[in-house]
Design a binder for this molecule. Structure first.
Ligand code: ATP
Length: 498
């Protein structure tokens, strides 16, 4: 990677993509504001997903359910009782850590003594954590040489006794960590004028439950036949113990989810595979480099108790390879839970048959912000112009915040300015986000556009006044400047944005 996480954070701020939330007050951990260019990029991603998953398929329809709903929904889904992460407290520093991000390592040192240590797993890599811990120990004990690994596990499994032996990651003092306990990640809120148990509700931690509770109504009013899916894009909130890695793990984020309802007797593995491929192709279509993508199958303990199968599509971020989206086969778990708790039958009646069943579901679930971050990582590039290093973003035209920039060659020639403004207005009315820019040399204007990932620039020059053609310059092939009829630019952009 040519850029690390710190570099990305600062690039996002400098270029108007993402700012810390409430920055004039020092920011707010786990919350972000999308700036003018970030808002465009994010909207384009969501629009592309909706187009490919809902409009281009005749078996998926959309929904937009509320963020706060009756707490019965999250009770029935299991979120009130079980949606938690294991947390350990540092009694000295009063800091809290996610237990599965702290590795407990016991090593034997060259001097024959053994010792335990904990350290944060920054990129999910246990080896790195162990080496880091052992190095710290060796330094602390001022001994020469290496170490032998005795035992390593995450803090979720460490006993109280083991925990007591090790110094806290925050203060270095031994015995200052508690054992792991469950911390519920849902944000609580109170609905109405009284703040008591009866008015307590939650900000949804996923959009999926809004789909399940609407399953029956949607099926009926839209006359859907199984298999079919309901798609939703919307905000979700999780009170993450340690929000980190920028947009990757935040406390407010957006999800794009589909619940695809299938016959319990259908081959769920085959349908899951189709959805994995659908997601993979979508990621490619919005411009992610395929070489940075991979699959990870959940097995054994990693597989949630209600799931029959789950495959993640993982992305290699600068901080490691991590989950970008998941495609889970959730069986009938969710609909069954809601049927039992509400007393409503959520069975599907097969048309023209006596047969009824509670459908099973396949759930592709993608985080918009994780995809946004992946796209920035994938698009980031550097090159040299006249010995000067510069960075640019190679976004696919279908998601680029600005699709095309329009320049008059000279700003003090009214006929050029008029034609350029006319072209910008025409493209805007055709639905493109274009930018009109007349400041500085053409070279500088090109460079400014390369920096924010604009794929095309059109220049109106003196020839335009003669034959109504304009130059088109491509960000990714800057030497091949073409001339096109001004009236054909809209159709050209439309084709490139497919
Ligand atoms: P993780 O294991 O990383 O916490 P998860 O498996 O809990 O994620 P899911 O519950 O499957 O995540 O949520 C579906 C998708 O929502 C994830 O694939 C991810 O893209 C996104 N997502 C989940 N939590 C966050 C978060 N805190 N910040 C940003 N995106 C998130």
């Amino acid at each position: 990677y040519k850029i690390d996480l710190e570099g990305l954070v600062s690039l996002c701020k400098r270029r108007g993509f993402v700012f810390p939330s409430g920055e004039i007050y020092g920011g707010y951990n786990g919350f972000f504001d999308y700036g003018p260019l970030g808002a465009e990029l994010k909207n384009n991603l969501k629009r592309m997903w909706w187009r490919k998953m809902v409009h281009c398929r005749d078996d998926v329809i959309g929904l937009d359910s509320s963020i706060v709903t009756t707490p019965s929904v999250h009770q029935a889904s299991g979120h009130v009782d079980n949606f938690s992460d294991p947390m350990v407290d540092c009694t000295e520093s009063k800091k809290r850590f996610r237990a599965d991000q702290l590795m407990w390592a016991k090593v034997e040192l060259e001097d024959g003594t053994s010792a335990g240590y904990v350290s944060m797993v920054e990129d999910g890599n246990v080896e790195v954590a162990l080496k880091k811990a052992a190095k710290k120990l060796i330094k602390q004990k001022k001994i020469e040489g290496g170490f032998k690994e005795l035992e390593i596990k995450d803090m979720t499994d460490a006993t109280e006794e083991e925990v007591k032996l090790i110094p806290s990651p925050a203060t270095g003092l031994p015995g200052s960590l508690t054992g792991a306990r469950a911390f519920n990640l849902m944000f609580e809120t109170y609905v109405g004028p009284y703040s008591d148990g009866a008015s307590k509700s939650y900000l949804r931690p996923e959009t999926a439950q809004g789909i399940f509770v609407n399953f029956k109504t949607v099926t009926y009013v839209m006359r859907q036949k199984i298999p079919f899916g309901i798609a939703q894009i919307g905000k979700a909130f999780r009170n993450e113990i340690t929000p980190r890695q920028f947009l990757f793990r935040s406390r407010e984020f957006e999800q794009m989810e589909i619940e695809y309802f299938i016959d319990p007797e259908a081959d769920f593995k085959a349908i899951q595979e189709e959805w994995i491929m659908e997601m993979w192709n979508f990621l490619k279509a919005v411009g992610l480099k395929e070489s940075l993508l991979d699959r990870e199958v959940h097995e054994g303990e990693k597989l949630a108790h209600y799931a029959r199968a789950c495959t993640d599509i993982v992305f290699t971020y600068p901080f490691g390879t991590q989950e970008l989206l998941g495609v889970a086969a959730r069986g009938e778990y969710d609909l069954q839970q809601h049927a039992q708790a509400s007393g409503e039958s959520l069975e599907y009646q097969v048309p023209g048959q006596k047969r009824k069943f509670v459908p099973h579901v396949i759930e592709p679930s993608c985080g918009v912000d994780r995809l946004f971050l992946a796209l920035l990582c994938s698009a980031y590039d550097e090159d040299e112009i006249d010995g000067e290093k510069r960075s640019l973003l190679r976004f696919h035209p279908c998601v680029a915040p600005i699709t095309c920039a329009i320049f008059p060659l000279l700003k003090n020639k009214p006929p050029l300015v008029e034609k350029a403004k006319g072209l910008a207005a025409m493209l805007r009315s055709s639905g493109f986000n274009v930018l009109y820019d007349e400041a500085g040399t053409i070279g500088k204007r090109y460079r400014r556009m390369d920096e924010v990932g604009t794929p095309f620039c059109c220049t109106i020059d003196f020839d335009t006044l003669e034959d109504d053609t304009v130059t088109i310059r491509r960000r990714d092939d800057p030497l091949k400047v073409e001339r096109k009829k001004r009236e054909d630019i809209g159709a050209f952009l439309m084709k490139e944005c497919q």
